[in-house]
Write a protein that binds this ligand. Structure first.
Ligand code: CTP
Ligand code: CA
Length: 221
């Protein structure tokens, strides 16, 4: 469409999306990470932009191109992601797809850790990262619709229901990551709401994104 403002079911809405892993520094050359590729979150941002939303995509370290029409903010660590999310508010809807590292090293070493020749290993004392979704759920700036993701390897729906309550989210999109979902092209998700669970068949991540964004547009209309 040339000329005029954005059209589409999400025109005039601001969607905030987090995607990808976070990297938690150990020292200047090492970090803790996870297998998230960012594909599902980027697909959601792309689908929302196609439906006319203004989209802010807060992305951890991934190797994906920025979807057309999306404003991207790159971050490394969970704490940087939390700050970028706060700075992007207000939003009508937030979809928290990022695989945020649960723990970071309590004190990042200023210099590269070295072997001391004795075979002794450095102790890595971990501390918990801020829960970005739970903070948003309890915030005065809480988006009208707050959607979390849940990566589970067992009891997928049961765990997702617990997260719905714990995080103050409206929906949790649960996916079983026991197979090769992380990094892969396909995903099978269960959309868990207080009212019930909708299970979608396994499909490409782009199709999961389109289905989810359609439901988001319905919920916001
Ligand atoms: N999340 C977040 N900040 C964190 C951890 C998780 O915003 N520090 C968000 C994720 O982006 C996702 C949801 O919370 O939308 C659930 O993440 P998940 O890792 O499945 O849940 P946790 O609460 O971390 O529980 P656990 O990893 O122990 O299953
Ligand atoms: Ca986690």
């Amino acid at each position: 469409k040339l000329g005029g403002g954005p059209t589409g079911a999400l025109a005039g809405k601001h969607m905030l999306v987090t995607a990808g892993p976070t990297h938690e520094p150990i020292d200047p050359v090492r970090y803790i990470a996870n297998r998230s590729s960012g594909k599902q979150g980027f697909a959601i941002a792309a689908a929302a932009a196609r439906m006319g939303a203004r989209v802010t995509l807060v992305a951890g370290p991934v190797t994906l191109p920025t979807p057309p029409g999306v404003t991207r903010v790159d971050v490394e660590s969970a704490r940087e992601m939390a700050a970028a999310v706060a700075a992007a508010l207000p939003a009508d809807v937030a979809v928290m797809v990022a695989a945020v590292a649960d723990w970071r090293v309590a004190t990042e070493a200023g210099q590269k850790l070295k072997k001391d020749g004795s075979g002794a290993v450095p102790p890595l004392h971990l501390t918990e990262n801020p829960d970005i979704l739970a903070r948003l759920g309890a915030s005065p700036e809480r988006p009208r619709l707050l959607v979390g993701f849940a990566a589970e390897t067992e009891n997928v729906v049961t765990h997702a229901k617990a997260k719905l309550a714990r995080k103050g989210a409206d929906w949790i999109v649960a996916n079983d990551v026991s197979g090769d979902v992380m990094g892969g092209h396909l995903n099978a998700v269960h959309i868990v709401r207080a009212e019930g669970v909708e299970s979608l068949p396994e499909m490409p991540k782009d199709a999961v994104a389109a289905a989810l964004v359609e439901r988001i547009a319905d919920a916001l209309s």
